[in-house]
Design a protein around this ligand. Structure first.
Ligand code: DGJ
Length: 361
């Protein structure tokens, strides 16, 4: 009888095997970040937040990125809006859903399905107690020639975000392309972007509400023309801008620049990457197969920063993967070394911190 019961239970487990695996996935707490590999959220689904950025607010990290639609290539309009995830440890991410959707009903809406909505970045405005999402917005039917910066607002980091307005970046009627929204220590927000159509890299200061650029944009002297995918971070009084060249969805070599004054002259330093992506066997001439999207400091860990890159898959964008790597900034130089897998503890050791110094918020 016992043998029959045991056989029966084994059969039941086997029949339910896919469900069992799913349950295991749900329960497993991830310990490491594995660049260029599928990254599952806490529901066991692949994270869908491309070209993204991070906001740290009240002890929680929020990852906002492009929500890519299943079954659509870039040519078939894969942009579905902004997808948000939250995490306390930067490794395990909870799905907060699509916090700003393209509009599937109103063909006249700025966000009408068929628009291109890329590279969302969220910033908190202390004065208005408002979260602002900025994104590249190419209206439906317009293509990549003329761009807008779309702005959506929310009362809490997990949204929902409500579309607010758009503006042409770079002070150009053609707008601007890839961008970074850099908030300086004094609360001033800057829009650093590649102007269209001439591909000069420029900087503009936003007004106090962070709604519109205030005054004229300045050319960033020293930043190479056609620099895309900019990500800015401040370390020890200096600003570091990590970016890429321009080659559509295909990867090219990363580059970085530094300055001690945002509107001053920048110095070009070449490629900060080191090593080889052992998953795809791609080296630094193609940034491990990725393109930068954001660099951010780890809260409570002195000098620890992380760079985010995207491996684009224009034929099936939802399958695009992420490369997150520690950034080392030392003696005015930036480096981003490949690692097969890593965690915040490694980051503490690498940045010379004897003991992990996570601050409790
Ligand atoms: C590179 C940009 O960085 C991406 O955001 C996207 O606009 C592609 N080019 C389109 O080719």
């Amino acid at each position: 009888m016992k043998a029959i019961t045991a056989l029966f239970s084994t059969l039941l487990v086997l029949v339910n095997f896919p469900g069992y695996i799913q349950a295991q996935k749900l329960l497993a707490v991830q310990k490491v970040i594995s660049p260029a590999q599928v990254w599952l959220d806490t529901n066991g689904n692949a994270i869908n937040a491309h070209g993204g950025g991070i906001l740290f607010f009240e002890g929680v990290y929020y990852w906002y990125g492009e929500h890519k639609l299943e079954g659509k290539s870039e040519a078939q309009f894969a942009d579905g809006g902004i997808h948000c995830y939250s995490s306390a440890d930067l490794v395990n991410w909870k799905d907060e859903g699509v916090v700003l959707s393209v509009d599937y009903k109103d063909k006249k809406s700025d966000l009408a399905y068929g628009c291109i909505l890329e590279r969302p970045k969220v910033v908190y405005n202390q004065k208005n107690k408002q979260f602002l999402a900025f994104f590249k917005l190419y209206l439906k039917g317009v293509g990549y020639e003329t761009s807008n910066v779309g702005v959506a607002v929310a009362g809490k980091p997990s949204g929902p975000f409500i579309y607010h307005h758009k503006f042409h970046g770079g002070g150009s009627p053609n707008g601007s392309g890839d961008f970074s929204m850099f908030r300086d220590e004094d609360g001033a927000l800057y829009h650093l972007t590649v102007r269209k159509p001439d591909k000069t890299f420029v900087i503009g200061k936003m007004d106090d509400d962070y709604y519109y650029p205030e005054g004229k944009y300045n050319v960033c002297d020293g930043i190479t023309m056609h620099t895309e995918a900019p990500a800015v971070i401040k370390r020890g009084g200096d600003y570091y801008l990590l970016g890429s060249g321009s080659s559509d969805w295909k990867p090219n070599a990363a580059r970085y620049f530094t300055t001690d004054k945002l509107t001053g002259k920048w110095t070009f330093h070449g490629n900060p990457c080191l090593g080889v992506n052992s998953v795809d066997n791609i080296g630094i001439e193609s940034t491990f197969g990725g393109q930068s999207s954001f660099v951010f400091p780890v809260e409570g860990m002195k000098d620890a920063c992380i760079a985010m890159f995207d491996i684009w898959k224009p034929e099936n964008p939802v399958t695009g993967k992420y490369i997150w790597l520690p950034v080392e900034v030392k003696d005015g130089k930036m480096s981003v070394s490949w690692r097969d897998s890593w965690n915040l503890e490694d980051l503490g050791q690498k940045s010379g911190i004897k003991k992990l110094q996570m601050i409790d918020n």
